[in-house]
Design a binder for this molecule. Sequence first.
Ligand code: PEP
Ligand code: MG
Length: 324
Amino acid sequence: KQQALQDIRTSRPVTKDGEEIELFANIEVPDDCILSIENGATGVGLFRSEFLFLSESDLPTEEEQFLAYKQVAEAMKGQPVIIRTVDLGKDKIPKWQQERETPNPALGLTGIRLCMAEPQMFRTQLRALLRASAYGKIKLLLPMLSYVGEVRQTRKHLEEAKAQLREDHIAFDENIELGGMIEVPAAAVQVAQFLAHLDFISIGTNDLIQYTLAVDRNDDSVSHLYDPLHPAVIQLLHHVISTANRLGKPVSMCGEMAGDPALTRLLLGLGLRRFSMLPIQLLKVKQEILTGQMQKIKPLVEKMLVAEDSQCLRELLQQLHQDD
Ligand code: PEP
Ligand code: MG
């Protein structure tokens, strides 16, 4: 099986009946690009920028950030690199934030909210990202969106950062794309309104599941209730993916569901065509794509959409993986 996986390293991810899929990598540090390319990723679907903010006691400088982003842009040689603006709070609390009182970190000052509260920090990151965009195909991704206004405000910051760079005669990509994570149920429900202001979206299933089901999977007393196959999760995913497809806007998934080969066909059936995952999962997911057939997948996924509970969904999921 390992050999078989190696054999498909360079083959394009296409279903048996010709549906083209894109496979991207999730990375945490610039050096992860090596493993991503080795495993056939044709871009970075999620570069978590937190490592820059967690390792030191001070905030990273614009120059430090610029060098890290540029390194990834160059390593990927013009292929898309989606860099997420810093997503702190929740499980990742840097030293300079630890004094803040946080009754419930998961519902507190996380992701884009912290960026709105710390505009100086956000502006420094946007400048570093813009400067790095002169060296490859960088796209920006905003974490933990729950209000459309957060995108509008980000656009203002971005325009101001661009104006500064122009004034300083520093090169950047004028057409840099701005995307948003769909990982809070409010954003999933309102995805059409978000898409009016965004160039693309990426679904973060890790958080979307936790907030939809009100379950922390790191809490042993409830972790058994954390279930990607809860019908409410599947219906939300369907709503998000089909809305984006209908509006002609790119939608990808970068949460762990995207890297689980047991769920690949379900996601294909929901209309997903762009997957981003840990580099080590890429070939396993590609194998599911190469052996999958949309004609067979679609009717089964239609049934899954009206399933009453996750037990029904699991039975149908098994059928999705029979017959080839
Ligand atoms: C997610 O929530 O699915 C996601 C990709 O973001 P993170 O795991 O970094 O919270
Ligand atoms: Mg998340």
